[in-house]
Design a protein around this ligand. Sequence first.
Ligand code: ADP
Ligand code: MG
Length: 342
Amino acid sequence: MGILALFTACSPLKTEMQDLAKDNGAETQIFAMDTVMKMTIYGENAEEILNEATQEVYRLEKEFSVNIEKSDVYQINKNAGKMPVAVSNETLHIIQKAQEVNKLTKGAFDITVAPIVKAWGFTTEKQRVPKADELSQLIPYVNSDWIDLNTEENSVLLEKSKMAIDLGGIAKGYSSDYLSQWLRKKQVTSAILSLGGNITAIGLNEGEKWKVAVQDPLNEDEFTGILAIEDESVITSGGYQRYFEQDGKRYHHIIDPKSGFPAESGLISVTIIAKDGTKADGLSTALFVMGLDKAVALWRNSDDFEVIFVTDDKKVLATEGIADSFEFVGAEQGYTYSTISR
Ligand code: ADP
Ligand code: MG
């Protein structure tokens, strides 16, 4: 078929634009949630449905953004330590999911890391290295147990005034789950979404699985491998996606909530493959923080996600359940490949 079957996890701008008209499809690229999003769908009324889908993305962004003043998240942060804020079902749901991942990962994923992310300037444009004592004053307020969710009144209270939440590590995964459900309700049976390089496949691509390339974290023009997927999400976290440099050192945007510093765990990217894109997004961030050994232990205790790890000593490792759907292509760039068994 006319459409290029290869979608690159983490490099949405690099996918080629195709003439979809002959395939009864439509494609759009927008900037939302601080990233590039690309949606491709097939079937009747594809263009009209895409227009509506775009509006849905902007609507979600308005609920989840830390910077948009009317957003639920902004209001929750503004009223921290003061009073509960009434929020949408969606905001309540995404925070609940964040709490689940927080428990599962023993705190490696924590949306209350927001004050630290802010201190590093990742939510603004002024990135900087905070002083050690500035961080040590903020770390006590990283505590998801102090988020009070009231599911009867649909409200959220942060117990301490210095607390804040940031959904950046989970919002794109949630949005992809939301959009794929929404598209299915519109009778769409074949689509692929790339929300900032996080890929969600709906159905098949002309009877074949969708092919998704996993980016080489050390070279944005190369891949480490190609995944074949159907009705699932492929979500990558890596220190190479968003970072700044100061005095010759690189500081990236995935924070270890325990130290307040960018996580240095020996991993350079973590790609999660799962049906539940929200959980996959939280896990990709968390497993990156945890490092290989703890991440593998968590995978061994779970049955609802698979992982491709890339380590700083140039190993690509795939968990057993995805190995058959993963074609390793990183040898030329100096990577070695192996699988991780249960
Ligand atoms: P990306 O947003 O680039 O796809 P992630 O899903 O890994 O990457 O999310 C990183 C974002 O999540 C950061 O920009 C920050 O807003 C937030 N964040 C950073 N560290 C953590 C953490 N340990 N737990 C939860 N959220 C985090
Ligand atoms: Mg994430």
